[in-house]
Write a protein that binds this ligand. Structure first.
Ligand code: AOF
Ligand code: ZN
Length: 351
């Protein structure tokens, strides 16, 4: 199973919006063949492994995800496993897709295949935080990227913020972007930095993320740089001004109008998950917008790059949150990973 998890990671940057899945076919303590899911619409992990296997009769198949039992873009993997006469299937986790969940296992058992479930489940779940969250909560798994000084500041009071000089940290951000289904920012950040929101300078194959701009009033300029870069740009707005919508659609944006409500951002996130199959969402925005997302419970993970510099107390803070009266009200985070990247330190924290 550990090998199957390694294989699943080969789809990390390419198989979106499908889950990353790995498969190992074994017999008599020997690996007969291996497979993984590389691209949505193409063969699933099991099919790739079985195609590479001369004879899978009486084998044991290790799978990081329950095999599918439905006709999606491809046909059911349960049928392929049954037709290959495998003896046993060991599954790390159930498929959270309601079209499959539990049915894949039942189909195998009904045809006499022995099934075990739960081996390395914790590790297998880490392969697909976004797919799991989208399938179970109709929300993307949201990572908020931030960069700060040792004293927790992001920019000088005059707005100057191009201070994260470490080339390696920037490259790490591009790798994170490449592994994301979409990259989201606020119109304020777009106006300030004229951002590109794409992954660049990487020496491996990846699927470029969709760009998303949150722009309640439709202030995005028609000449914004995002429109000159290949790929899709979505703009979510509360403004139904037809002229502005047409202008922005003429330069290549897809504008989505959602009526203003109290839980507008949550509705935007639900829409992103449901209509665009966004599993992993990376947010790169300023302290006000990121703070609002955190307060509304829409952020799952912070990725914070800390540069060893001091900007002083007049500089801008990492996030703007409501003032607290008691320490007990403070947001508690859990450190999942800390490592040095070039001259910076990167923290990964969950909320
Ligand atoms: C598997 N093995 O390698 C993957 C699975 O549209 P399709 O046919 O590609 O089906 C997509 C669904 O299949 C996806 O939502 C998930 O439930 C499952 N993914 N299943 O047996 C795989 N990638
Ligand atoms: Zn399948």
């Amino acid at each position: 199973m550990s090998r199957a998890i390694q294989l699943a990671k080969r789809g990390l940057y390419t198989c979106d919006p499908n889950p990353r899945v790995g498969c190992v076919v074994s017999k008599d303590n020997q690996i007969l063949s291996e497979g993984w899911h590389a691209v949505t619409g193409e063969a699933h992990a099991e099919i790739n492994a079985l195609t590479n296997c001369r004879d899978a009769t009486n084998s044991t198949v290790y799978l990081t995800l329950e095999p599918c039992s439905h006709y999606g873009r491809t046909s059911p993997c349960t049928e392929a496993l049954i037709n290959a006469n495998v003896n046993n299937v060991v599954i790390a986790m159930l498929d959270p897709n309601p079209l499959v969940s539990g049915l894949g296992i039942r189909k195998l058992e009904d045809s006499g295949i022995g099934v075990k479930q739960g081996l390395l489940e914790v590790e297998a779940r880490k392969l697909n935080p976004g797919f799991i969250k989208r399938m179970t909560e109709n929300l993307p798994y949201t990572r908020c990227k931030m960069a700060m000084s040792l004293d927790g500041r992001t920019a000088l009071a005059n707005g100057e913020s191009q201070w994260i000089s470490s080339e390696l940290s920037r490259r790490d951000v591009h790798r994170l972007r490449a592994g994301s289904s979409a990259i989201l920012t606020s119109v304020e950040t777009l106006l300030k930095d004229n951002v590109s929101l794409n992954a660049r300078g990487l020496d491996f194959k990846f699927k470029q993320a969709i760009r998303i701009i949150i722009d309640r009033k439709l202030k995005t300029p028609n000449q914004a740089k995002v429109f000159s870069i290949p790929g899709h740009t979505l703009i979510y707005t509360e403004n139904d001004n037809d002229t502005r919508i047409h202008e922005l659609e003429n330069v290549g944006a897809k504008v989505i109008f959602l009526k203003k409500t109290e839980l507008w951002l949550k509705e935007v996130f639900n829409h992103i998950a449901k209509e665009f199959e966004i599993n992993e969402l990376m947010v790169e925005a300023g302290s006000t917008f990121s703070g609002a997302l955190i307060e509304q419970g829409l952020v799952d993970e912070l990725v914070v790059y800390m540069a060893p510099i001091l900007l002083g107390d007049a500089a801008n803070p990492l996030v703007k949150l409501k003032q607290l009266e008691k320490i007990g009200e403070a947001k508690q985070l859990k450190i999942m990973d800390v490592r040095q990247i070039g001259k910076d330190v990167r923290f990964i924290l969950t909320l």
